[in-house]
Design a protein around this ligand. Sequence first.
Ligand code: HEC
Ligand code: HEC
Ligand code: HEC
Ligand code: HEC
Length: 109
Amino acid sequence: MKYRTCLLLGVGALLMATSAFALTPPIMVKMKNKQGEVFFHHQEHQAAVNNCTDCHHMGFDVPRCRDCHGVDPEVPRLKRAFHHQCRNCHIKNGGPTECDTCHHIDLKN
Ligand code: HEC
Ligand code: HEC
Ligand code: HEC
Ligand code: HEC
């Protein structure tokens, strides 16, 4: 009995740990694409924006933008979603808007 309770507590703690882990924000997100790799400094952006859901506008059941945008034809394409969210905020708040400030051509590849 004691052993089972202990086991259940253990499983519960593990579940909590994995769900917390799933929401741990990345420090840097690298996105490879045809226009050149984009480096998105998640941690710095997070510090500048109060609510996670300003960007993660559908919450966290599906944490990655690319799991909806570019997959479901009813949902705006990925390029449009990113350009609208990233660039529009940059235009409003003084972030970079030149193509090559976001798209890096990695000469080593
Ligand atoms: C300025 C916009 C922005 C803010 C603010 C932001 N995020 Fe993100 N986050 C992103 C983008 C963009 C990605 C990359 C998504 C992709 O690759 O499709 C991402 C990725 C993530 C991922 C990784 C998903 C995966 O499985 O690869 C997690 C977890 C996450 N964010 C959590 C958070 C949390 C928690 C907060 C608030 C503390 C937060 N984010 C605030 C834009 C933002
Ligand atoms: C669960 C699915 C889902 C996820 C995850 C998701 N989106 Fe969306 N997004 C949608 C849908 C559906 C729409 C269209 C309806 C609306 O505007 O709410 C949309 C609309 C948008 C728009 C407006 C597009 C336009 O035409 O101007 C932007 C910008 C956007 N998403 C950015 C993002 C970013 C950036 C992420 C990741 C941080 C993200 N979305 C995550 C489903 C999703
Ligand atoms: C809610 C507003 C907001 C959103 C959304 C946003 N940014 Fe930014 N970003 C900023 C601001 C403000 C700065 C300028 C910060 C500074 O100069 O200290 C910045 C700076 C940057 C920089 C240059 C500095 C650095 O961190 O390397 C890059 C690159 C960048 N953003 C990429 C992106 C990408 C890619 C996205 C979308 C995935 C994005 N940003 C979404 C507000 C935003
Ligand atoms: C604020 C950052 C930012 C700026 C500025 C920006 N982009 Fe992007 N762009 C992105 C992000 C993020 C993506 C989505 C990356 C991914 O996941 O493939 C993207 C995607 C694209 C794609 C789609 C690539 C593919 O493989 O489908 C093209 C093409 C593109 N951008 C062209 C441009 C051009 C041209 C400019 C200048 C007029 C520009 N971008 C400026 C962030 C930016």
